[in-house]
Design a binder for this molecule. Structure first.
Ligand code: PMP
Length: 405
């Protein structure tokens, strides 16, 4: 088990007061704070390495290229990808999902009446790109419903699968409710029906061991900033044979082999999908963040966060009129509303007490509509949160509710 005190001191941003109180940061599902190792990796890159990659003949260009490609190897190792060529650097999960939706549309594989399967739990970035694809191709969006406890209706899922299902695109962990979907079982069923499978791992990356080969999926999208790395960097992992069978999306430098005005031939993986100068520093910092995650130990992190989330739910359950969303074995996020109190007012008062939570629809408007609400208060946890943070959360909710009622 890691030493929590020394780990916290590794996150300089946490060492500050907000509104005269110690910062209690419980908005980790929106974005995580960054440890020194990541900050130093970014700084070192710009202080000592900065150069454009792949085509330079000079020393710094070689150094930057090596560091960038080493970062790709680190990501591939973390995901257990068959080869680093399957790792495409993107700007984040949204970018990765858009990439897949666009190349599928371009590929001609989606015919009118073909079905795209997503779930009620999805973030807008795993809804809208598919709606856009359907508009272009005549595809039809199908939605897996969820139960009252925020878990997906597996019977309905199986009933929705059929020979027209082209892709199942599913979040691993719900950013709103913390629901952990049984993605291995659902992938097996979708593959049986002949569909491709994309997993949105935006939330899962900081909380779960990822093994893309064992999962048997085709694509996985993640965002660096949700896993202790900077914003503006993400990964789309894709199975090499699937990626090779798809056309490129964005055109430009890097993604080409040869360009004439008559005809352009495209580069190999992964460059075929990486047009233009990538976020070199971001990729290097992402690798540092994954090293931090593995150095700290994901199993220990999971245990720590699970205990925090459980004790937060226990501490808050004594507040009259509180309703939690999502199943009991949630990961990352704890979402709730208190009867007679608007979530926004609650969050605003909590902020005055130094407790940072998120309120609103969490980019999941259809999920909120399913539950007949406009939003929730969401406390979301990371490795550096403590029992004291949970106490501060419970105290802030209790005091705010008393003031608002
Ligand atoms: N999917 C889920 C489940 C998310 O939580 C988020 C971010 N809140 C996204 C997708 C989009 O991630 P990004 O904004 O980093 O592209």
């Amino acid at each position: 088990m890691f030493q929590l005190d020394s780990l916290i001191s590794d996150f300089p941003i946490l060492d500050q007061t907000i509104q005269g109180r110690r910062l209690v940061y419980l908005d980790n599902a929106a974005t995580t704070q960054k440890p020194m190792a990541v900050l130093l990796a970014s700084r070192h890159y710009y202080e000592a390495v900065n150069s454009n990659i792949h085509r330079g003949t000079h020393y710094l260009a070689r150094l930057a290229t090596e560091a960038f490609e080493k970062a790709r190897q680190t990501v591939a190792g973390h995901l257990n990808a068959a080869t680093p060529d399957e790792v495409i650097f993107t700007s984040g999960t949204t970018d990765g999902i858009n990439l897949v939706a666009n190349v599928l549309a371009l590929s001609g594989r989606i015919r009118p009446g073909d079905e795209i399967l997503i779930s009620t739990l999805e973030h807008h970035s795993n809804i809208v790109p598919w709606q856009m694809l359907c508009e272009r191709t005549g595809g039809v969006l199908k939605i897996i419903p969820c139960h009252e406890d925020g878990s997906l209706d597996q019977e309905a899922f199986l009933a929705l699968l059929n020979e027209r299902t082209r892709i199942l695109s599913l979040t691993w962990i719900s950013n709103s409710f913390g629901t952990v979907n049984p993605i291995a079982e659902m992938t097996a069923a979708a593959k049986n029906a002949g569909a491709l499978v994309l997993i949105d791992a935006a939330q899962a990356t900081a909380h779960m061991h990822i093994n893309v080969q064992a999962l048997g999926i085709d694509f996985l999208a993640l965002s660096g900033h949700k896993v202790y790395a900077p914003t503006g960097i993400g990964v789309l992992w894709g199975r090499a044979d699937v990626l090779n069978s798809l056309p490129p999306w964005r055109g430009g430098g890097e993604m080409i082999k040869e360009v004439t005005f008559e005809k352009t031939s495209y580069n190999e993986l992964p460059f075929k999908f990486e047009a233009g100068t990538p976020n070199i520093e971001g990729a290097i910092a992402l690798a540092a963040a994954l090293d931090f995650l593995n150095g700290t130990g994901l199993s220990a992190i999971q245990k720590h966060e699970r205990e925090l989330i459980r004790s937060a739910a226990d501490a808050l359950s004594s507040i009259p009129g509180i309703r939690f969303y999502g199943p009991d074995d949630r990961a990352g996020a704890l979402s709730f509303n208190v009867e007679g109190v608007h979530q926004y007012d609650l969050g605003t008062l909590m902020d005055q007490m130094g407790v940072a939570v998120r309120t609103g629809h969490h980019c999941c408007q259809p999920l909120m509509a399913r539950f007949g609400i406009t939003g929730t208060v969401r406390a979301s946890f990371a490795v550096y949160n403590t029992d004291k943070d949970v106490e501060a959360l419970a105290e802030a909710v209790g005091r705010s509710v008393a003031m608002l009622r």
